[in-house]
Design a binder for this molecule. Structure first.
Ligand SMILES: NC(=O)C1=CN([C@@H]2O[C@H](COP(=O)(O)OP(=O)(O)OC[C@H]3O[C@@H](n4cnc5c(N)ncnc54)[C@H](O)[C@@H]3O)[C@@H](O)[C@H]2O)C=CC1
Ligand SMILES: CC(=O)[C@H](N)C(=O)O
Length: 294
């Protein structure tokens, strides 16, 4: 694993970790040669909300960085995975559901860079035979890391705030529906997809889906675990982004072509998030049993 930031202890304990700046091509070449790299999983990016706050940096990291990675993968004949996103669609795309192949006119630099990555990766695949693969992910929810500056961050922050303060002020309107996925499904999708023989793939970029919910729906479930929880709403600039994104993803082609299936729905997601975060925020405090659905 690599990054330009210092890794937390649990990452250092899990395996080798090195500094790598995706904007430094020569250093990337050195790493591939010295560590005998044969696959690249290219996660580095500025997410949608933070990208809008620093467009020049987002262009460098998300576009120039991708160019380096594609060239590197092609030069050394590496297998390459680049995640895409619901943010690769825009207001002109059908939103409920959004199919794999449709109009893509995103309105954020993040989305524009992801469409660029999808197209360039597919071009390198057809032109040079590069084994490029991409999945378009919903908002990914995990208890391991803090939200990284995206439009879907509320669906992570809500769990921390519910346990820490019993309150959360949501920056999206209560009925804004977005596709989401639990991290375990996300990571499993990458490993299953990357292991597939190339002949199984009819496309190089697939939508994948797990669940869709609104802030209001999520807040109601959170309340079952933390009965005192209260959510208020103060929409900000992220609302404008969310309003242009898919509400539900049509992932029927991933399901048909290579057997994609999700295992976590919103109920199970809440269960695992509270299992993981409860001891951190309420150590020694008796876990309340979730109130069952009315
Ligand atoms: N988190 C989500 O909900 C979704 C994420 N994705 C994609 O998954 C990937 C990872 O997303 P997250 O982990 O959530 O984002 P994040 O913001 O938590 O992580 C991005 C990482 O890129 C690193 N980075 C920034 N500049 C760099 C540089 N010059 N060289 C090397 N590393 C650099 C940052 O230090 C950071 O650790 C991104 O490509 C994102 O587009 C796609 C859909 C949903
Ligand atoms: C859905 C994503 O790609 C990301 N979480 C974001 O909100 O920018």
């Amino acid at each position: 694993m690599s990054d330009i930031i210092k890794a937390p202890d649990h990452i250092l304990e899990a395996g080798p970790f090195i500094y790598a700046d995706i904007l430094d091509f020569k250093n990337l070449q050195e790493i591939v040669v010295n560590y005998r790299v044969d696959w690249i999983i290219h996660f580095s990016a500025l997410l949608s909300a933070i990208g809008e706050q620093n467009v020049p940096l987002a262009m460098r990291v998300n576009i120039e960085g991708l160019h380096n990675i594609l060239e590197l993968a092609n030069q050394y004949k590496l297998k390459l995975f680049v995640p895409s996103t619901i943010g690769a669609f825009g207001p002109d795309s059908p939103r409920d559901p959004t199919p794999d192949l449709t109009i893509q006119r995103p309105r954020t630099i993040y989305g524009v860079a992801k469409v660029h990555a999808e197209l360039l990766g597919e071009y390198y695949n057809q032109r040079f035979g590069l084994d490029f693969r991409s999945l378009r992910f919903p908002g990914v929810i995990s208890s391991d890391t803090n939200p990284g500056g995206g439009t879907t961050d509320y669906a992570v922050a809500i769990f921390h705030e519910a346990l820490k303060t019993g309150r959360y002020q949501c920056y999206l309107e209560p009925d804004t529906m977005l596709p989401m996925m639990y991290i375990t499904d996300c990571l499993r999708s990458i490993s299953e997809y990357m292991e597939l023989p190339a002949e199984k793939l009819k496309m190089r970029t697939y939508n994948i889906h797990a669940m869709s919910f609104t802030p209001r729906i999520l807040a109601e479930i959170v309340k079952r675990f933390v009965p005192e929880f209260e959510m208020t709403y103060k929409p900000d600039s992220r609302q404008k982004i969310a309003d242009t994104w898919p509400m539900r993803f049509d992932d029927s082609r991933a399901r048909a072509d290579w057997g994609w299936h999700h295992e976590y729905d919103v109920e199970r997601l809440c269960q695992v998030m509270f299992d993981a975060l409860w001891p951190q925020y309420r150590p020694g405090k008796q876990r309340t049993k979730p109130v069952s659905k009315q």
